[in-house]
Write a protein that binds this ligand. Structure first.
Ligand code: ASP
Length: 432
């Protein structure tokens, strides 16, 4: 058992070492051309980015195979519809709670009042924002192959669900296909384990790269904003989720958080809920005991439409920028912020930095200066890493609530500390 649990510990140690190395370089080595060109933008960048690609490589096949099995496993379109509606509403509700909490705390703490702007604003270019109607239309893939090629999660989910329903209607042929999808899913899980074996190295270089560029000095002038965002992330991440887990999923939040650790580590080091999907799925199914029929649907959906941490950043950033520019906001504008951050999260995938694009939507809707985002750009990467942890925790929390309501949680697995521990796998050797 000691041997099995060692991979998470190794990743955690690698994360700490990478962070320390990065911080040291940031402090003393940033001007050295060799370190910058060959280490930070060379070795660190190449290994870190290749590792993130390896994680992304898992997402589409894993979601596809496990969702086919999941939908086929539910086996009833009525139940599927109920699971879908419940999940969707819970995702919207938790995001709404997150942004409301952030607005209340930020209004009380008033970060940004008396803020002195030094120097020019960092450049922030606003990407064109698709209208909601387009977002809704785009859920239906005009070309499923393109959807798979681009990794468009909502389109993939839509197509796979329709396909799996058709499998249910196809009797024996459908059953045979389901068996194949199940086998493919098992094999993909092994591919996840193979990638996991490289995780300590990948995470080390990701951390070293990020922290050699992200100095802590930038945080000082933005301390008010920074502290309020982190306080709200903690309040929501530990407070709201614990209450939901305890009262709605009837689960012990302490066990939940302990078991979520691998997903947290990956969310933090990649700043991407999407790239973390393989680990979240693994943790939720094998460690928390959620049935594949629920998790295969709720986890990828959550990575795309549920972003509580991001909504928190948006709530605090709105109040902060309004204070910096001395703009008083009306209650109706706060309500717009809540509505916008919930809606904006639906059409945007969980990838690094997407929160800022969503923030631009919120700002233009309530009439705040979008160029104000340049002010928070410098500290955003670190907050992105932290809010992604909350985003992923939100996906897992809602997943357990939905699973409980469907009778899809195995409490024995949840309560077994060793269940599904991500261990090292041994490569098979063939004697030729
Ligand atoms: N990086 C976040 C995620 O992947 C999104 C964001 O807040 O920018 O969940």
């Amino acid at each position: 058992m000691q041997h099995k649990s060692s991979i998470t510990t190794k990743i955690l140690i690698a994360m700490g070492l990478g962070l320390i190395l990065g911080a040291l370089i940031n402090q003393w080595g940033a001007d050295n051309a060799f370190i910058r060109d060959y280490l930070v933008n060379g070795l660190f960048y190449v290994v870190g980015a290749a590792f993130v690609n390896a994680l992304k490589m898992l997402v589409v096949p894993l979601v596809t195979f496990s969702l086919i099995g999941g939908v086929y496993g539910i086996g009833d379109v009525g139940i599927l519809g109920r699971v879908g509606i419940k999940t969707f509403l819970l995702y919207l509700a938790t995001t709404g709670m997150a942004v409301t909490l952030a607005l209340l705390v930020a209004i009380a703490a008033a970060p940004g009042q008396g803020f002195e702007r030094i120097g020019a604003l960092a450049e922030f270019t606003v990407a064109p924002v698709p209208p909601l109607a387009e977002v809704l239309i785009a859920i239906v893939p005009g070309n499923p192959v393109a959807a798979f090629a681009e990794g468009n999660m909502l389109q993939i989910i839509f197509f796979v669900i329709v396909f799996a329903i058709a499998m249910l209607m196809s009797g024996d042929r459908g059953r045979q296909l389901a068996g194949i999808a199940d086998n493919l899913n098992e094999v993909m899980m092994k591919v996840v384990m193979l990638v996991m074996d490289f995780a300590p190295v990948g995470v080390f270089f990701l951390m070293a790269k990020t922290f050699s560029e992200q100095g802590f000095g930038l945080i000082v002038p933005m301390l008010g904003y920074f502290v309020v965002v982190i306080a709200c992330l903690l309040l929501h991440g530990l407070g709201t989720f614990s209450l939901l887990l305890y009262f709605m999923a009837k689960l012990n939040p302490l066990v939940f958080f302990r078991k979520m650790r691998p997903a947290h580590i990956f969310a933090f080091s990649t700043a991407s809920s999407n790239a973390t999907i393989p680990i979240t799925l693994q943790v939720v199914e094998k460690r928390l005991g959620v049935g594949n029929a629920t998790a295969a649907f709720t986890v990828p959906l959550g990575a795309t439409i549920n972003m509580d941490g991001t909504a928190i950043m948006q709530g605090v950033a709105t109040v902060f920028i309004a204070n910096v520019y001395g703009i008083g906001l009306e209650w109706s504008q706060y309500l717009t912020v809540i509505g916008m951050s919930v809606l904006a999260s639906i059409g945007t995938a969980g990838v690094p930095g997407v929160g800022l694009i969503m923030l631009a939507m919120v700002f233009s809707q309530v009439g705040l200066p979008v160029e104000g985002i340049g002010l928070i750009l410098g500290v955003d990467r670190l907050l992105d890493m932290l809010r992604t942890v909350v985003n992923v925790t939100g996906d897992a929390t809602v997943t357990t609530i939905v699973a409980r309501s469907q009778g899809q949680i195995d409490d024995r697995i949840f309560n077994d500390p060793e269940a599904g521990v991500i261990g090292e796998i041994r490569l098979p050797h063939r004697n030729c």
